[in-house]
Write a protein that binds this ligand. Structure first.
Ligand code: NDP
Ligand code: MG
Length: 383
């Protein structure tokens, strides 16, 4: 039986990589729904190639423009206000790949899980801010959540080597980003172009800046905590500049199990789509003798305060994670528009989080309210 897939965020870096996996496996998987926010030119090409039953354009202006010129007997264009959520629980779908960027992906993650479908999760922000709600919904519906984030895919795979109670530690690896070796005194000189030049991964702009501040690793700590339901003190960050080991699990007998491959997101995407099967492919193929050397370092928490902060946010719990995430989205957006400098990103987030009174065990409405409050507060701080 062919699997039927919906991709939310098909115009992004993950979405495009996922469509490449689909194109190479036409006998195994069909695209039945796609969403973009504003990139309607790319959507047009994707519709032509994959002939989905439904598409959504979530930005209302872009949707209007698209509607004016789009005619098809095979593909239905959904309304922008409901499109993504409709796709997230589309009856005909087996798997929904959530590759939307940011907190905008939360409602879709919840809908997919509530509908009992497999959620292939790239949108880490939804797990970071709504992990408890998503996990509860998955427990109620029996939905599977398979991580796409390369580190979490590696951990998922390594966890099969033992029982949950035998896990001593999760070793979350990170390249350290482009500024791993840059002294803190020189962070003033970091430009947008330098921050967007990641040493090992080619990704969308937001996550690339998150990697440069190491906020990405902070988000991944919180993501891992919820995905694998482990206390944060069992998660350790290891800097590994080559990005060949994508994370490890240490068991109580001191064995460490790792997953290795070259940094190519198509590998964890294919794994999440076809799990428990592995499909033949060369994505991420490595020759270890050519690589020769793998290095490991402790993270520098003084230089990368947002990484350190993730552990505090995990301890605080509740809506603190939504605020940490939303303030970051606002700060990164401003940095990408070159209205703030690189060093202001952590300052804005720290200041916003300090002003927040976290609500424990939040409902979806409370998470969304905290997210909205943090965006307003971060903008005020920037002004
Ligand atoms: P991109 O910026 O490349 O793509 C984002 C996608 O989301 C695009 O399709 C975009 O549409 C859509 N989008 C943007 N804003 C909204 C919105 N408000 N509502 C609905 N859709 C929206 O991001 P990436 O592909 O790099 O990342 C996607 C997610 O995957 C992120 O959560 C990221 O952290 C995670 N991830 C990414 C990795 C990577 O290698 N890129 C690795 C691990 C995780 P449009 O382009 O039409 O505006
Ligand atoms: Mg990652």
């Amino acid at each position: 039986m062919k699997k039927r897939l919906v991709i939310l965020g098909s115009s992004g870096s993950i979405g495009i990589s996922a469509l490449d996996v689909v194109a190479k496996n036409p006998e195994r998987i069909d695209i039945i729904g796609l969403s973009v926010h504003s990139n309607i030119d790319l959507l047009r090409q994707q519709i032509e190639k994959f002939e989905p039953e439904y598409v959504a354009v979530s930005d209302p202006d872009s949707c209007r423009r698209f509607k004016d010129s789009f005619h098809s007997d095979k593909t239905v264009l959904l309304n922008p206000d409901i499109g993504i959520e409709y796709l997230a629980e589309l009856e005909q779908a087996d798997i929904v790949l959530n590759a939307v960027v940011g907190a905008a992906g939360l409602k879709a993650s919840l809908k997919t899980v509530r509908a009992g479908k497999r959620l292939a999760l790239a949108n880490k922000e939804s797990m970071v801010i709504g992990g408890e709600l998503i996990n509860k919904a998955a427990a109620d519906s029996g939905a599977e959540i398979i991580p796409v984030d390369s580190e979490h895919s590696a951990i998922w795979q390594a966890l099969f080597s033992g029982k949950k109670k035998e896990v001593r530690k999760i070793l979350l690896t990170g390249s350290g980003g482009p500024f791993r070796e840059l002294p803190l005194e020189e962070f003033d000189k970091i430009t947008r172009a330098r921050a967007l030049n990641h040493p090992t991964w080619n990704m969308g702009p937001k996550i690339t800046v998150d990697s440069a501040t190491m906020m990405n690793k902070g988000l991944e700590i919180l993501e891992a905590m919820h995905l694998f339901r482990v206390p944060v003190d069992k998660i350790e960050v290891v800097i590994h500049p080559q990005s060949i080991i994508h994370s490890m699990v240490e068991f109580i007998d001191s064995s460490i199990i790792a997953q290795l491959s070259s940094p190519d997101m198509r590998l964890p995407i294919a794994y999440a789509l076809f799990f428990p099967e592995r499909i033949a492919g060369d994505y991420g193929y490595i020759d270890l003798t050519e690589i020769g050397e793998l290095n490991f370092y402790k993270p520098d928490f003084e230089k990368f305060v947002l990484l350190k902060m993730a552990f505090q946010i995990a301890e605080t719990g509740g809506t603190a994670a939504a605020v940490y995430n939303a303030a970051n989205e606002i700060a990164v957006e401003a940095f990408l528009k070159e209205t703030i400098d690189f060093r202001s990103i952590p300052d804005i987030i720290i200041n916003t989080v300090e002003k927040h009174n976290s609500v424990e065990g939040p409902s979806l409405e409370e998470i969304l309210a905290a997210d909205r409050w943090a965006r307003i507060t971060a903008r005020e701080i920037m002004r």
